[in-house]
Design a protein around this ligand. Structure first.
Ligand code: ADP
Ligand code: MG
Ligand code: MG
Length: 208
C-alpha cells in the first residue's frame, strides 16, 4: 500500500533524482536528439516540487492529476505531453483515494502505458520510454502476484527497466527525433527510457 504521504515523498524524490541527472539525460538526448531531455524534465519536476506542499491534504488522484497538468504545461518537447498523459491516466484510476493498493498500482501503471502508446502512437521496440516502462510493468505485476512486497516488486521492475534501457542501445529509433537518424541511432541509449528507469528506481528506493 502507498499512502498519500508516501506518494508525495516519491514525487519529491523523483524531482531530486531528475535534477541530479539533468546533465546526464541532456547528454543522452544530445547524441541522437536535440539535447534537452534533462532540461525539459527538470523544468517540469521542479514545477511539480513547488506544488507538493499545497497537495498535502489532497487525495492521491488529485496529487497525480496536478502532477500531470504541471508536466503538460511546463515541459516543452515530446516528453511533457507523454509523461503528462501517463500521470493523468494513472490519476483517473485512483480518483478520491487516500491510499493506493497493489491492485491500484498495477492498474495505474497499465493505464499510464496505454496512454503513452496512444498519445505517442508508439509500440515496444521503437527506442522510446516504452522500452523501459513495458518490461517494468510486466515484472511489477508478476512480482506482486507472486506475493512479493511492493518494494521488492519495484526493485524487480527497476531491474527490468534498466535492461530495457540497455536494449534501446541495440535498436533503431522509429519514433521521436532520434528516428531522423535511422540506423545511426543504434548504439545509443534512449533518453526517455533512461528517465523512466530513474523514476521507477526512485519509487523502489523510496518505499519502505
Ligand atoms: P523532444 O524530443 O521533443 O526534444 P524530449 O527530449 O524531452 O523531447 O524527450 C525525448 C524522449 O521522448 C525520447 O527519448 C523518447 O523516449 C520519448 N519519445 C519521443 N517520441 C515518442 C513517442 N512517439 N512515443 C513514446 N515516447 C516518445
Ligand atoms: Mg529532446
Ligand atoms: Mg526538444
Amino acid at each position: 500500500m502507498i499512502t498519500r504521504d508516501m506518494l508525495l515523498k516519491i514525487l519529491h524524490n523523483i524531482a531530486k533524482v531528475i535534477e541530479e541527472n539533468r546533465q546526464f539525460l541532456t547528454d543522452l538526448d544530445a547524441a541522437i536528439g536535440d539535447g534537452d531531455h534533462g532540461i525539459n524534465m527538470n523544468k517540469g519536476f521542479k514545477a511539480v516540487e513547488e506544488k507538493l506542499n499545497s497537495l498535502k491534504d489532497k487525495d492521491c488522484g488529485t496529487i497525480l492529476k496536478t502532477t500531470a497538468m504541471t508536466l503538460i504545461s511546463t515541459v516543452g518537447g515530446a516528453s511533457g505531453p507523454l509523461y503528462g498523459t501517463a500521470f493523468l491516466k494513472a490519476s483517473a484510476v485512483v480518483n478520491g483515494k487516500m491510499e493506493l493498493s497493489s491492485q491500484d498500482i498495477i492498474k495505474m501503471f497499465e493505464e499510464a502505458i496505454n496512454g503513452v502508446m496512444m498519445r505517442g502512437k508508439a509500440q515496444r521496440g521503437e527506442k522510446t520510454m516504452l522500452d523501459a516502462l513495458i518490461p517494468a510493468y510486466e515484472v511489477l505485476k508478476n512480482s506482486i502476484e507472486s506475493g512479493k512486497s511492493l518494494k521488492e516488486a519495484f526493485q524487480d521492475a527497476a531491474k527490468a527497466a534498466y535492461e530495457g534501457v540497455e536494449y534501446t542501445k541495440t535498436i533503431k529509433a522509429t519514433k521521436g527525433r532520434a528516428s531522423y537518424l535511422g540506423d545511426r541511432s543504434i548504439g545509443h541509449q534512449d533518453a526517455g527510457a533512461t528517465s523512466s528507469y530513474l523514476m521507477i528506481k526512485t519509487i523502489a528506493e523510496t518505499l519502505d
